[in-house]
Design a protein around this ligand. Structure first.
Ligand code: SF4
Ligand code: SF4
Ligand code: SF4
Length: 256
């Protein structure tokens, strides 16, 4: 049987999601025996120009060169997958919007500097993306599950629950009940609530779950951020959402 040709690319990011793939170790070798990885800058010297059956892209296309390359990759790929929050949501690079970015370029590099970075948007702002592997970084088990589904000819599915479901499985006390902010109820599950188990809030790096109850969560967040409902409280809530979710339609509609 012919093995599917796979390419793995990275745009602007920290490469942490690719490191998660490398960290799969034996599982990666098992997967590799069923795939033909023909282009992967970080993992091998072999490089083919396509077409590809599956192209996995990490990072946000922040320069015109990256945007053009993304469009070319879309044309020569049967299936295009976004790997990690930078690719699926704009991620950490999207914390700063276009205007702020231009301001800081000038401040740091001076008036004469000609920046290449335009704006940090998810891949889906430019091309059709067939599936998103969520997380900052991605969860290795999720990567394996999704690639195995594709190899079996199945369309991968998103987990049908929020981070709260996994958080309860981990027996964590609920932050919201203890009047501490958390975006777990509106966030797609799949990370095993790793941040909450480690003592932090969920900031939504797995993206919004289907039909997220943002309005209801905002009501709770408005009550528990101190003092409730004032400008500082609004800013605090916005800070939680801008970590990963600022490029979503829901953020623009309900939070901004
Ligand atoms: S999603 Fe997070 S870990 Fe992955 S490349 Fe972007 S910043 Fe790095
Ligand atoms: S701590 Fe956060 S993720 Fe956990 S149950 Fe509460 S709201 Fe959900
Ligand atoms: S708990 Fe939230 S922020 Fe942390 S990894 Fe999971 S989805 Fe991402």
């Amino acid at each position: 049987m012919t093995k599917p040709k796979v390419a793995i690319y990275d745009f602007t990011d920290c490469e942490g999601c690719e490191v998660e793939i490398v960290s799969l170790r034996e599982k990666l070798l098992i997967l590799e025996s069923r795939l033909n990885i023909v282009d992967w800058r970080l993992g091998q010297d072999k490089k083919e120009s396509g077409p590809f059956d599956i192209t996995i892209i990490e990072g946000t296309p922040i320069t015109q060169h990256e945007i053009d390359l993304l469009k070319k990759l879309r044309k020569k790929s049967k299936v295009l997958i976004g790997l990690g929050a930078c690719a699926t949501l704009g991620g950490i690079p999207a914390i700063m919007d276009k205007k702020e970015r231009a301001k800081w370029y000038k401040k740091i590099y001076g008036e004469k500097y000609k920046p290449r970075g335009i704006d940090a948007l998810p891949l889906s702002a430019y091309v059709q993306v067939d599936f998103l592997i969520h997380g900052c970084p991605v969860n290795g088990k999720e990567v394996v599950r999704i690639i195995e589904d594709l190899l079996a000819g199945k369309t991968p599915k998103y987990q049908g629950y929020s981070v709260c479901f996994e958080c309860k499985q981990e027996n964590n006390p609920c932050r919201l009940l203890n009047e501490k902010p958390c975006l777990g109820p509106i966030t797609q599950g799949g990370c095993q609530a790793v941040c909450v188990s480690g003592g932090s809030a969920c900031y939504g790096c797995f993206g919004l779950r289907e039909e997220p109850e943002i309005k209801n969560l905002l009501k709770i967040l408005n009550k528990i951020t101190d003092p409730p409902g004032n400008e500082a409280s609004k800013k605090e809530i916005e800070r939680y959402f801008t970590m990963f979710l600022s490029r979503t339609e829901e953020y623009k509609k309900y939070v901004k």
